[in-house]
Design a protein around this ligand. Structure first.
Ligand SMILES: Cc1ncc(C[n+]2csc(CCOP(=O)(O)OP(=O)(O)O)c2C)c(N)n1
Length: 191
């Protein structure tokens, strides 16, 4: 699943033999949420850009996280380093460095990224510690890399909403439309 942008072309580039869905700019999270609600048995991969997720799509991205949509969500962040009128062919930049160390990476336009890999003593289950670490590194002009935070107690959207396990396309008419009496009892329970 993807939104719109260079990053969001990924389903076209790599998933020729699978089902891909190129949605609308910034709206991939709601499409993925709906698909996951209808069928929890599929594996959901989302690919997006920094604008697609953190600018026009921030409202949707935040709610997909809050709801706990069971998916892998990849954000490709190019921060608009290209001049839009000319995109020259370039060699890929790759790097590798040890835990806890700083790596200076010069990009094609001459700008420099300071990448700081998490040390071996870093605790990714400490939520406040993760936020502090990000801000401390950012204050030094560094970008923290590695597994920053894991919420081990996170719950899936289906548990929050108590949804049916069977994909909706495998249910029959009687289950999908149980009638006005059932609807009335649901409404009564919400009054
Ligand atoms: C609703 C809407 N607004 C604006 C656009 C124009 N538009 C297409 S891609 C894009 C920006 C994409 O940037 P990003 O999400 O960072 O992805 P990238 O292309 O850098 O991978 C914009 C504004 C659009 N397609 N749809």
């Amino acid at each position: 699943m993807s939104g719109i942008g260079c990053s969001s072309k990924r389903p076209d580039y790599f998933l020729g033999a699978s089902h891909g869905f190129n949605s609308v700019h910034g709206r991939m999270p709601s499409v993925a949420t709906g698909a996951a609600l209808a069928n929890r048995d599929l594996t959901y991969l989302g690919v997006s850009g920094d604008g697609d997720s953190a600018s026009i799509g921030l409202g949707q991205f935040a709610h997909a996280m809050r709801r706990g949509v069971n998916m892998t969500y990849i954000v490709e962040n190019n921060e608009a380093v290209n001049k839009l009128e000319v995109i020259l062919a370039r060699h890929p930049i790759e790097t590798s460095y040890a835990p806890g160390t700083l790596r200076r990476v010069v990009q094609h336009d001459g700008s420099v990224l300071l990448l700081r890999k998490l040390g071996l003593d870093y605790d990714p289950t400490d939520r406040i510690g993760a936020m502090n670490h990000l801000h401390e590194r950012a204050a030094l002009g560094e970008i923290a890399t590695g597994l920053l935070y894991v919420d081990e107690g996170a719950e899936d959207m289906h548990r929050h909403l108590n949804t049916v396990e069977t994909p909706l396309n495998q249910l029959g008419d009687a289950e999908l439309c149980p009638g006005s009496a059932v609807l009335e009892s649901i409404n009564a329970s919400l009054r």
